[in-house]
Design a protein around this ligand. Sequence first.
Ligand SMILES: [Zn+2]
Length: 653
Amino acid sequence: MQERKQSRLTLSWRVGVPHYETDEAFEALMEQVRANADWLDEVAFFDSITHHLYLPLELFEERAHILAGRIEAVRRAGVRSVGINVLATLGHLDEARDTMPPLPFQPFMGMDGRSSNGCGCPNAPGLRAYIGRKYALMAAAGPDFIWVDDDVRMNNHGVPFGCFCPVCVGIFCNTVGHDFDRSSLVAALHDADRDDLREAWLAHNGGTISALMAHVAASIAAVNPGIATGLMTAGAGDLYSGANVGRWLLDLGASKLRPGGGFYCDATPGGMVSKAYDIGRGARDVRHMPEITDIQYELENFPYQKLRKSVTALLSECTLALATGCDGVALNMLPMWGAPYDECAAYLPALRQARPRWEAFVAHAAGLPTAGLWAPWRADLLASVEPEPGRGWPGGLWEHGTAQPYVLAEIGLPLSVEPWDGEAPPRFGAVLTGRLAQAFGDEALRALLAGGVLMDTGALDVLTERGLSSLAGVRVERRIDNGAMERFTDDALNGAAAGQIRDARIEFWGDARGMGDTLETVADGVRPLAEMQDYFRRPLGACMTAYENDLGGRVVVMGYAPWMFLQSVGKRSQLLSVADWITRGKLPVRVDAAAPIIPFVRMSADRAAAAAVLLNAGLDPVAGVEVRVRLAGGERTEVVEIAPWSTATLLIG
Ligand SMILES: [Zn+2]
């Protein structure tokens, strides 16, 4: 066994029951552990094979007994931290419904009164007693830590949104002092004017999880208060659960967080980018908490089939996670049912090799905030944004507005996942998308508009409703939903792209509302950057404008297909110039070459230190590409060569 200096980076294995339950299986696992102990920091044993919540406690008692010996053996092999991952606290979904034992307590219930088969109501006394006992059994096995898995959420439990069982509705009625039954409550939550009720319901959900976490913490601490705890969250889905991760971590007494998101296979490699932003957002919410010392990304290969994910993708997704704020990786990649280890064998040497580079990145990037255009987000957006017409509440709102700016990264614009205090404009300008603008009060919108802003016409409509459109210089003039394209004007910001056409064939992609809006000028000094035309080249009006307002803010409005098909050479170059203009040349990194390089940047407030990861999000290799990093002392140019879907790392200062 080789001694290794402890770094901040934690690489952890998540190990399923079939890998340790029998002595034979465990010996096969230990061969793997011993062969990889030089780079492995942590092992987390799952307590269960099923996402279904309920199994008899006798089974967990027996398993805890086995785990006690297994944990010791792994420690002896040189792994510094060995613990348990409790897979089901509420249950994840309806799994194996024909064979799993039915829940002996109140199940989780949806808006329509339908009950989950596999998931329980978090407020049910029977559930509380059951999981309290289960966590106590696991604590008695002597782990260094216990993870609470990501089924602690109020949505996606076999029914979409809950819990509307009589217990939960009763608790809520007591809180708000009004007598609802399930159906009158659901109807009231859908009332466009009942922001207050939606807010109260989301707070009720958040409070339910808080109480549950306090219960889990107490159950563990009663056995051994020295056991560390960690919470896995569900990412964007947490919005419906009350989006109060910091509070939940405190209630759990946690020191570990695994922020949620999903990326599973090579078929959709871009998923690693959106997941990196999702988990970056989860990480940033707790970065200020001294209690949280370990933020792990989850590398998730479920259902663990080698041909679904390449070594290249695996290494790149982990690198992006470190770039957006994690400092460790929970490797969920071992085969589902134990040996043989063919499904993960190819990853192991690659992980060993990647470790020094990751250690250096994590050490260098510690304390550096993400730098780039601020992508809008508010934890309370499900309460403050009006329910979408024709869609139930809460609908798919979190996917709608919050992920739209990610396409900007594909054309080289770095994005920031930092929190925003609603006062000074974000450091590198902001993006404002659609109805998400409703989540911000007038003062916050004015603060945003005093800096650089890139926005769509959905957001412009919100400004107009609030009487703030003069700060954008324009308002929507006409909404065209078919037969339109944009032509770049000869404005200096368009540079060599002047005169070029971008045609997104907007009516191909479903509802094209807000995809072809012309803009009417409401202030002096508005610069048209693009004009909309029909397919006979007849002008329809300005569809993209730039304006410097009285607050000193620089605002660009995009009326034509703002969040899709931005990948043309001309559009990319226009938007890079626009981003530099709205930020007054402060964009932290700029790549001029028309290569699909996505920059993830961390930079100190004084711009003296930076750490960047550049992803080649294409299938061609990239070579000889210049990357300009804007530092306090001036620009520094690096030339990179990056293989397809691989990364290059820059550590500066
Ligand atoms: Zn309930």
